[in-house]
Design a protein around this ligand. Structure first.
Ligand code: GRG
Length: 314
């Protein structure tokens, strides 16, 4: 029992430590200091970008970058840079997803969404600014001295975030809601839900797990193991998210719940049912642990991350 508590406490400490370092780094990147080629940093836009990117969130994605980087002894300053870039993309996606044209939410991370705190145009530009900043960060020498490694990171994040990744997944999601078909909801099967979610939420989590290996110039087998871990983790994350929408309460989750069922959305819970979704979640944690086998005890923290993702309440 005490070993279980120790493992949970260790994981919490490591997650909190990455969260604090990411907050500080993002605060610096979104500070008043202008960069070469910049003419001005408009205050309202900066305030909105800071609202979206700072002061909340579990920072799970930067944690994955840092902890996969630890496997290859990548200096923490480098993994924090790549983690901050990934978090910028994640935060932009949340701000755009919350817009009236998308999910129309008032609450995010327990605070007013960007368009509520500011206005729609500012929220769109704040998202655009964060998306662009992500690639600016990856292209910097501090992220990695080898330009080929930086280019690989840029390509991998672009693939995860773009047409065949998160943005494409969001499009499939909106289409399934019947947005472009007079409100006629598409009845998705399990394979379609899996594909949609692997794109919409899984692709960024997967990038998080691969980024440490890219920064560490890991061998193909090690990359393959982390790629598998990342894919499984992404599915587990989404099932847990779907369960939270059904069973969580808005105050703890930090956003509105019950929205998926209200719009008849195809989710893991709607296609599998609550009990089977929970069984699948448990199986995925086992698969995530298996994927980490090549790393021995060094993979323990990432195994804890898989359990955390499955059991999370927010
Ligand atoms: C608008 C291009 C575009 C994409 C939106 C990711 C996404 C696509 C929308 C977010 C909608 C949503 C709530 C999806 C469920 C999974 C998810 C990304 C939850 C939030 O991630 P957490 O729990 O959030 O890691 P924190 O706040 O901890 O960072």
């Amino acid at each position: 029992m005490s070993q279980v508590i120790d493992a949970a406490a260790t994981f919490r400490q490591r997650l909190d430590s990455v969260a604090a370092d990411t907050e500080a780094l993002l605060g610096m990147l979104l500070g008043d200091t202008m960069l070469p080629e910049e003419r001005a940093r408009p205050k309202r836009l900066m305030d909105a970008m800071r609202h979206v990117a700072l002061g909340g969130g579990k920072r799970l994605r930067p944690f994955l970058v840092v902890e996969t980087g630890v496997l290859f002894e990548v200096p923490r300053a480098r993994t924090l840079m790549a983690g901050a870039a990934l978090e910028c993309v994640h935060c932009y996606s949340l701000a755009h997803d919350d817009l009236p044209a998308m999910d129309n939410d008032d609450l995010r991370r327990g605070r007013p969404t960007a368009h509520k705190q500011f206005d729609e145009a500012t929220a769109i530009l704040a998202g655009d600014g964060l998306l662009t900043l992500a690639f600016d960060i990856l292209a910097r020498n501090e992220t990695h001295p080898n330009p080929a490694v930086r280019a690989e990171l840029v390509l991998a994040l672009a693939r995860g975030a773009g047409l065949g990744g998160m943005v494409g997944g969001q499009m499939l999601d909106l289409a399934a809601e019947g947005r472009f078909d007079g409100g006629k909801v598409q009845k998705l099967g399990a394979a379609e839900v899996k594909q949609l979610q692997a794109m919409k939420t899984g692709a960024l989590l997967r990038f998080g797990c691969l980024a440490g290996a890219i920064l560490g110039e890991a061998d193909p087998q090690q990359r393959e193991a982390l790629d598998r871990y990342g894919s499984v983790l992404g599915e587990a994350f989404q099932i847990a998210d779907d369960l939270l929408d059904v069973e969580g309460d808005a105050a703890t989750v930090g956003k509105a719940t019950g929205k998926d069922a209200a719009v008849g959305k195809g989710t893991f819970v709607s296609v599998l049912g609550v009990d089977q979704a929970k069984a699948r979640l448990k199986a995925l944690v086992g698969e995530a642990e298996d994927a980490l086998a090549p790393f021995g005890r060094d993979g323990d923290i990432l195994k804890m991350a898989a359990r955390f993702v499955a059991e999370r309440k927010a």
